[in-house]
Ligand binder design. Structure first.
Ligand SMILES: [Zn+2]
Length: 255
């Protein structure tokens, strides 16, 4: 009887995991997530609570000191996924290498909100995340660009551009109270997941990019507690983390 009960419980567990995505790998190890902040203020308590709600992940909050923009190699190797919510003015050479090495080994990356403006001194970063935010007017890749703009406290309509992505599957369009950005540059080959038609925002709100073995998801949402509390924001953030390391159900290797 115990055997039947065990098999029954196992079947239920397998069903639940396959229905909701699984943060633990086949050996039962929790997903190791490094959540990087620093260089920009944010509502720390309510932001971190979002990640507390993600089951099966061990999320380590790392507040970067001023001179850091990422982790050194030895520290970076300890993580499966990096969530970037920092806005670092610079990134030392050794940490640029560590960043690239992490992409090369197939670590997941989820880049959020003001992290669009990370590392203005590192030309490779916009290419990696698929966007360039202009902190001042400048010539960039052969054209002259105005300073990018942000506006707080906007009720923005969000449209699911690709309902077939494992990150957005089954989600409806929604409205979120958040900060918008415009006059930034979206790079080609960014696969659009979410968009908005708000007049104070550029269109693209979330997208994915592939770099060799590595998967990266950019989510522009997430300024403050109103956005953090939005169920769609939470679900998309959670799925983006799982997707970035291939742990969503129905996920094809290249998706
Ligand atoms: Zn913000």
């Amino acid at each position: 009887m115990w055997t039947f009960l065990r098999i029954g419980l196992l079947a239920i567990a397998v069903f639940l995991l396959s229905a909701t995505g699984h943060a633990a790998d086949k050996h039962g190890a929790k997903l190791r997530v490094a959540l990087l902040t620093g260089g920009h203020t944010f509502e720390e308590k309510s932001f971190l609570e979002v990640f507390d709600g993600f089951k099966g992940m061990k999320v380590t909050h790392i507040a970067l000191e001023k001179e850091n923009g990422f982790l050194e190699s030895d520290a970076a190797k300890e993580y499966d996924v990096f969530v970037l919510y920092n806005m670092s003015a610079t990134i030392p050479e050794s940490q640029r290498k560590s960043f690239i090495d992490s992409l090369d080994r197939g670590a997941g990356f989820v880049v959020m909100h003001h992290a669009i403006a990370n590392y203005p001194d590192w030309p490779a970063y916009p290419e990696i995340i698929g966007a360039k935010y202009f902190l001042s007017p400048m010539d960039w890749q052969g054209s002259s660009r105005q300073q990018s703009e942000y506006t707080h406290d906007i009720d923005m309509p969000i449209h699911v551009e690709d309902p077939s992505s494992p990150i957005t599957k089954g989600l409806s369009d929604f409205t979120i109270h958040d900060e918008v950005y415009r006059k930034w540059m979206l790079y080609p080959e960014s696969h659009l997941l979410l968009s908005t038609t708000h007049e104070l925002s550029d269109k693209a709100i979330a997208w994915t990019r592939l770099h060799g073995k590595a998967k990266l998801c950019f989510i522009q949402l997430g300024h403050g507690h109103e956005a953090y509390a939005n169920p769609s924001f939470q679900e998309i953030t959670k799925r983006a983390i799982l997707w970035s390391c291939g742990r969503l159900p129905d996920q094809k290797p290249k998706q």
